[in-house]
Design a binder for this molecule. Structure first.
Ligand code: F3S
Length: 391
């Protein structure tokens, strides 16, 4: 793989231990994927944050890198395993919190913004069409590629950190035009009513397309919240972090429609919801905010809960920045007065919730997939979730 003079110096250790390690990771990755060179990226979203997922080995690696590693581009962080401020209130164990806070301290030392969110695009990081970035959380990667038209592979924890420390990533995969051509056509023949319907559609696309790139026709309009739900579930149930939606994805009109195709009907959506869900009578946990809730969702929840009482444990996961806006606008007070809880910096999937809850009701098809090994799960609309929470 071709390296510039500066990149050679990085690899030779002239910029210190962490940059050398980072360059070794990128060169190894580039060789595996036959990349001809590295390219510069304008931002990085670093994963590998929750102590639950990276464990002791991950913590040691990050603390080692933090000894002399400093980021060269804007770098933000994926959710951690706890609410960094209110972890005691949410009942997270002290020894886990202590390890988690060490991870955060090391990332902060490297200059990474402690955003702890899977929705960097909701807090101001909106790369433009064609812009190369190195993001890692699968729903954020899919949103960046499919809704913003930016270009990113799905980075792992070490490769994202390496990109942040060097400002570069190998040129392969979804950074290349030829790897971004849609292969299968999905014709939506029904009206999608809310984010949970978009999640169910993502399940169907994932099942049909698997590792192929889908081109979706028939979606007349979609909100940011619906598009983030679709981004999360398509890549969860399939694996390709890119799809096109007619008239929505930048550059959607540059391609011929793929020949291989399927249709999605109302009946398909209903069946998808059933397959995503388990059967149970009453949930003991209701969680919104996978991917992290937007201020619009929080506003809707606050308005619904006004003058009502929450009777089942209700969490709304979001970024700290969105919560600060919610605090200022009075939504947090409205939600907390009713008995709901806003949890920041983490989510129901990456937090250590083993053995705490038995049955989850959520509007996120992705959360259903990942929580299913730990509890029963059911997909519902936001309205249904809130109705159940307050009945
Ligand atoms: Fe985000 Fe956690 Fe869902 S990281 S996409 S809220 S699983």
């Amino acid at each position: 793989m071709y390296l510039t003079k500066e990149e050679e110096r990085m690899l030779n250790g002239e910029f210190g231990f962490a940059i050398q390690k980072a360059m070794e990771i990128l060169v190894a990755l580039g060789k595996i994927y036959d990349a001809e060179r590295l390219i510069r990226v304008s931002s990085v979203q670093v994963a590998g944050v929750s102590y639950k997922t990276i464990g002791e080995a991950g913590l040691e690696f990050i603390e080692d890198m933090a000894k002399d590693g400093r980021v060269r581009v804007k770098a933000t962080l994926n959710p951690a395993g706890i609410d960094l401020k209110d972890w005691k209130k949410f009942g997270f164990p002290e020894d886990f919190a202590e390890k988690q806070l060490r991870i955060i301290k090391a990332y902060k030392k490297m200059g990474i913004e402690i955003t702890c969110t899977c929705t960097p695009y909701l807090i101001g990081n909106l790369p433009k069409e064609g812009e190369h970035v190195a993001w890692s959380e699968s729903s954020a990667v899919t949103y960046a590629n499919s809704i913003l038209g930016a270009r990113t592979n799905r980075e792992g924890g070490p490769s994202a950190l390496a990109a942040a420390l060097t400002g570069r990533t190998p040129l392969y995969g979804l950074h290349l035009d030829e790897e971004r051509i849609p292969d299968v056509l999905i014709e939506v023949k029904t009206v999608l009513k809310d984010a949970s319907d978009f999640g169910a559609l993502g399940y169907l696309i994932g099942e049909f397309a698997r590792n192929k790139i889908a081109f979706i026709k028939g979606i007349k309009k979609a909100s940011v919240e619906e598009l983030k739900s679709l981004s999360a579930s398509t890549v969860t149930y399939g694996s390709k972090p890119l799809f096109y939606i007619e008239k929505i994805t930048p550059g959607w009109d540059k391609f011929e429609l793929p020949k291989e195709k399927t249709e999605v009907t109302e009946e398909d959506l209903r069946e998808a919801r059933e397959k995503i869900s388990d059967y149970f009578e009453e949930p003991d946990f209701i969680c919104i905010g996978c991917p992290h809730a937007s201020i619009e969702e929080i506003k809707k929840i606050a308005n619904f809960l006004k003058d009502k009482e929450v009777r089942t444990e209700l969490w709304i996961a979001t970024s700290r920045k969105v919560k600060e806006t919610s605090d200022k606008l009075g939504y947090t007070g409205m939600i907390e007065n009713a008995g709901g809880k806003i949890i920041c910096d983490t989510c129901m999937v990456v937090a250590p919730l083993e053995n705490r809850f038995k049955a989850l009701l959520t509007n996120s098809a992705k959360a259903c997939y990942y929580c299913r090994s730990r509890m029963k799960v059911k997909l519902a609309s936001l309205k249904e979730c809130l109705e159940v929470a307050t009945r």
